[in-house]
Write a protein that binds this ligand. Structure first.
Ligand code: PL4
Length: 404
């Protein structure tokens, strides 16, 4: 018999989003006529925009010709796309050969856990996107279990609450090898300021840690002066990797395209290059993002594509505004929803899974329970703004009808 990977047994229950889908399905089985509205998963609903869609169609047509066909490409991605991302999105703060094209931010985060392996210690914002912790557990980066704290020794939860404005008290944190940091944050919608990110970079430098900065929602930032990339902080290239994606900007959640930046300055304690190892991992266990889809990414960074990207992001931001305004008017304590597509809502006197079930059963609205994002998410619900406008308006009407 084959032995099970022992780390799999350390995972708590099912992965958050399939669990939500399972419970939603159970409600529909009980009540098949229910019109369930999803403000749960952060999944885009608008169709692809014309310019980007036509680039995908052209790319598909070319692949159907002798001259235009291409097979395997560079595992790191098309040079033209790497150059364009470096130029258009990083304005030169990243070199094109530091940009690695991928099939999305989540798969990159998974491969990064292989990069750092089972001995790495890590810190996460609490609450945070569950992939950072669950992915680390899968590769065995847990250390021994502390029964009293009910936590693994290698995983440090940096509490982020309204009290500390969702930025952890770094002075109180122990050193870890890795620090996962997401801004604009999933799930709280908080955006770190330049001063805060400078503190984070300084902290990583002092501790010789590496920050894995998840900027998947950077394009939702509208306020001038708020940083869209960790590399806006001087010296960050010595200590930070950045992951990003076309999922939430041009609706590529199903199409799949992302990238990460692994700076050449980034070294391990023995002075060897993280960039070289990432290149080795990429070329060994990844065969590159789809050539067709990369053409869509190139189009997205043309002037027409960028205009469409802004329209898409603006649509979801307007949804966020509508949801937040309604919840505020109903007297809820809300966070995020500006510069970010998520609204983080305090639910007084209830566990988040209980409030989640109530909202589903009474109003047929799916949200995401805060506890799914870590212990610090207990007592909150996350509302996503990625629904269709008509559904968002209907959900708001239902919320107003009678209080939770
Ligand atoms: C549902 C902070 C959503 N099935 O699409 P990707 O892989 O380029 O990006 C994934 C991602 C990366 N980083 C952050 C994210 O929030 C996400 C997407 N998160 C959510 O509702 O929290 C979609 C989740 C997806 C999943 O399991 O992750």
């Amino acid at each position: 018999m084959v032995k099970r990977n022992p780390h799999m047994a350390k995972l708590s229950g099912g992965y958050l989003f399939p669990e939500i889908a399972r419970r939603k399905k159970a409600l529909l089985e009980k009540n098949p006529s229910a019109k369930v509205i999803s403000l749960g998963i952060g999944d885009t609903t608008l169709p692809l925009t014309p310019y980007i869609c036509s680039a995908l169609l052209d790319a598909a047509k070319k692949l159907g010709t002798k001259e235009g066909y291409s097979g395997y490409g560079d595992e790191q991605g098309m040079t033209a796309l790497r150059e364009k991302i470096a130029k258009v999105l990083y304005h030169g703060s990243a070199d094109s050969d530091e940009v690695f094209i991928s099939d999305g931010a989540k798969p990159d985060l998974g491969r990064m856990q292989i990069l750092f392996g089972a001995d790495a210690t890590l810190a996460v914002q609490d609450p945070s996107y569950p992939v950072y912790v669950d992915g680390s557990v899968i590769v065995g980066a847990t250390g021994p279990y502390n029964q009293k704290k009910q936590q693994y020794a290698s995983i440090i939860y940096m509490r982020c609450t309204p009290k500390n404005r969702f930025f952890p008290d770094l002075a109180a944190q122990p050193r870890t090898d890795l620090i996962y940091f997401c801004s604009p944050n999933n799930p709280t919608g908080a955006v770190a300021t330049k001063q805060q990110l400078k503190k984070l970079v300084d902290f990583a430098k002092q501790n010789r840690s590496i920050i894995i900065f998840d900027a998947a929602y950077a394009e939702y930032i509208e306020e001038k002066g708020l940083p869209k990339s960790i590399y806006e902080i001087p010296g960050a290239k010595e200590v930070a990797i950045e992951v990003n994606s076309f999922s939430k900007t041009i609706g590529f959640t199903g199409v799949r395209l992302g990238w990460c930046v692994v700076p050449k300055q980034l070294v391990y304690e023995d002075g060897s290059s993280v960039h070289k190892d990432w290149n080795r991992i990429t070329t060994t266990i990844f065969n590159g993002a789809s050539n067709l889809v990369q053409r869509g990414g190139l189009a997205a960074l043309d002037a027409e594509g960028l205009t469409e990207m802004k329209q898409t992001v603006d649509y979801y931001k307007e949804n966020a505004r509508i949801i937040k305004t309604a919840l505020d008017a109903l007297g809820f304590e809300t966070y995020g929803g500006r510069n970010a597509p998520y609204i983080w809502v305090r639910i007084k006197g209830k566990k988040s899974w209980d409030a989640w079930s109530e909202l589903l059963e009474q109003k047929h609205i799916v949200t995401t329970p805060g506890a799914g994002f870590g212990p610090g998410g207990e007592g909150f619900l996350r509302f996503s703004s990625f629904g269709r406008r008509e559904d968002v308006l209907l959900a708001v009407e239902r919320l107003k009808r009678d209080k939770l």
